[in-house]
Design a protein around this ligand. Structure first.
Ligand code: 5GP
Length: 206
């Protein structure tokens, strides 16, 4: 069977706590590598360049797109976000499961380019809880909060295109559920095509 890593896409509405779940996963399990995206949005207080994101300006971002240095990119609430190719390639070749915490347009580009990618959508326990968490984190203005809720409404239309959904009402339980899903994803035929082919060819040549 194929022991290579799986590209695991994790999406969820702003305020679902995806970032915390991702950090927990990387801390608890050593088979994950968390990709750091490039973005044109401003850093939030406490965010460090190269840790949460590679913060950049629009011309540099568009140059990276032009030079095919991003495996996907999207515009989210007026800012660009994209996944650098070199890190993903390197970690996959090291056998790591690469986590991409990205929004839906990027997720669907990944599915198109890497049919073996596994797409997980994190849901909040309820819509009321989502609003509460988004306002509670206090990092966005009320206008930005409204923008993100509007965006969540659009994003919710695409959830059925994902391979799995998990609810984040407890960070540890959510991280454990994701780990279970990723381990199970390695048993899919799409992740084991070479092995299936070798067994099939062996049988057919008997
Ligand atoms: P935030 O500004 O809150 O950090 O992120 C906004 C949205 O952009 C989130 O849904 C996040 O998952 C998504 N995002 C972060 N990095 C990337 C990326 O590289 N590509 C895409 N398509 N979305 C991203």
């Amino acid at each position: 069977m194929n022991e290579n890593g799986v590209i695991t896409v994790v999406s969820g509405f702003a305020g679902t706590g995806k970032g915390t779940v991702m950090k927990k996963l990387v801390r608890e399990y050593d088979h994950y590598a968390l990709s750091v995206s490039m973005t044109t949005r401003d850093p939030r207080p406490g965010e460090v360049d190269g840790r949460e994101y590679f913060f950049t300006d629009e011309p540099s971002f568009l140059k990276a797109v032009e030079e095919d240095r991003l495996i996907e990119h999207a515009c989210y609430c007026g800012k660009y976000y994209g996944t650098p190719r070199d890190y993903v390639d390197r970690k996959l070749s090291e056998g790591k499961d690469v986590l991409l915490e990205i929004e839906i347009q990027g997720a669907l580009q990944i599915k198109e380019k890497f049919p073996d990618a596994f797409l997980i959508f994190i849901l909040p326990p309820s819509s009321d809880e989502l609003v509460k968490r988004l306002r509670g984190r206090g990092t966005e203005t009320e206008e930005q909060v409204k923008n993100r809720l509007k965006r969540a409404g659009h994003e919710s239309e695409g959830i059925e295109k994902y391979d799995a959904v998990v609810v984040n009402d407890d960070v540890s339980a959510c991280a454990d559920a994701i780990d279970l899903l990723v381990r199970a994803a390695k048993f899919r035929p799409s992740h084991n095509e070479d092995f299936i082919g070798s067994v099939r060819n062996g049988i057919l040549s008997l």
